[in-house]
Ligand binder design. Structure first.
Ligand code: UDP
Ligand code: MG
Length: 317
């Protein structure tokens, strides 16, 4: 990019957000205007609202605002596909139309003034700028606890995700293009960006309370997201079976000796030996076999994801 001002799209996933959306649109367009006037972004920058199959008046609000303000654009999905896929839909639709895009939740729990600092980092040559929450005391105890456990599990399973970063981030057009090459269906965006290897920066901000409406992340959706995170990024659960199988196989061999010893050197009930030996042995061998099959499945699983095997940085030609 040359010296021209970057064209920005702010992508906002919206699911049943009619209560708060007018306020959000007002604040964001105001902020967009401030950024334009301070020559941080190109004048044709815009807001991009993605309606994730809402069943309230969310889409109606988006389309009325669009008529009044042409810089508020929208996309309506046919049905609810969840937060992650909604963000993806928005990003893929603004791909190649902008220099960078920022994703932000419709409830404005994330501090919009961080956007200006994100743009500064983008100007310094970073392709991805993560918004990182400084504090979480606004969240409920349950939410904080589950988040803590989640980050720990993810770290153990090898996914390099950033602590306290949700889906408030800036992406360069190049990062969006690369994102489009990740073909997985079980989408966990937070895990994908660190895999790209592009220059990244962090911007810290305070997270506030939702001012209206309710959290659309029910405990069930949250657990589903966490489970997607673990199972789309690691083989750990499968490898665990193999370890368990190997251990129990060797234990079962020891058990066979123990059972035979008990039969010959102590008194046992008739029939006990002939039940115990197959029981231990079969149990051990079955778990071991499942573990081995699991290893093959994990290979198949990596293959079918068809993730890009490398990502080009620059080419001299
Ligand atoms: N959202 C969505 N589809 C869903 C659930 C949520 O697009 O199925 C959007 C929602 O409108 C909001 C963002 O994702 O803009 C985050 O949701 P929410 O604020 O309810 O989550 P929390 O902040 O409680 O984690
Ligand atoms: Mg929220």
């Amino acid at each position: 990019m040359s010296n021209a001002l970057p064209k920005l799209a702010i992508v906002i996933p919206c699911y049943n957000e009619s209560e708060i959306l007018p306020l959000t649109l007002e604040k964001l367009s105001e902020y967009l205007q401030t950024l334009r006037l301070s020559h941080k972004i190109a004048s044709d920058s815009f807001l991009y609202c993605v309606d994730d199959g809402s069943d309230d008046s969310t889409w109606h609000i988006i389309s009325t605002w669009h008529k009044k303000h042409p810089d508020i654009k929208g996309l309506k999905l046919t049905r609810n596909v969840g937060h992650q896929n909604t963000i993806l839909a928005g990003l893929l639709h603004v791909k190649n139309k902008v220099d960078c895009a920022i994703t932000i939740d419709a409830d404005l729990q994330d501090d919009i003034t961080a956007i200006s600092r994100m743009l500064d980092c983008f100007g310094e040559g970073n392709d991805i700028v993560y918004g990182v929450r400084q504090s979480r005391h606004q969240d409920s105890f349950l939410k904080r606890m589950t988040a803590q456990i989640f980050y720990k599990v993810m770290k153990r399973s090898g996914a390099d995700i950033l602590y306290n970063h949700a889906d408030f981030r800036l992406l360069s057009n190049r990062a969006i293009l690369t994102l489009s090459r990740f073909k997985e269906r079980n989408l966990f965006l937070r895990g994908i960006f660190p895999l790209m290897g592009y220059p990244v920066a962090k911007v810290y901000y305070d997270r506030t309370n939702r001012t209206a409406g309710e959290s659309k992340y029910t405990l069930r959706k949250m657990l589903a997201l966490a489970w997607d995170g673990v199972t789309s990024f690691s083989h750990m659960p499968l490898s665990f079976i193999l370890t368990l199988g190997t251990i129990s196989f060797f234990l079962s061999i020891l058990m066979v000796f123990f059972v035979l010893g008990a039969k010959f050197f102590a008194t046992t009930v008739p029939g006990w030996t002939s039940i115990m030996i197959p029981l231990c042995f079969m149990g051990g061998i079955q778990l071991l076999s499942i573990g081995i099959i699991g290893e093959y499945i994990s290979k198949v699983y990596t293959e079918v994801k068809r993730r890009p095997r490398f990502i080009k940085d620059e080419e001299l030609s």
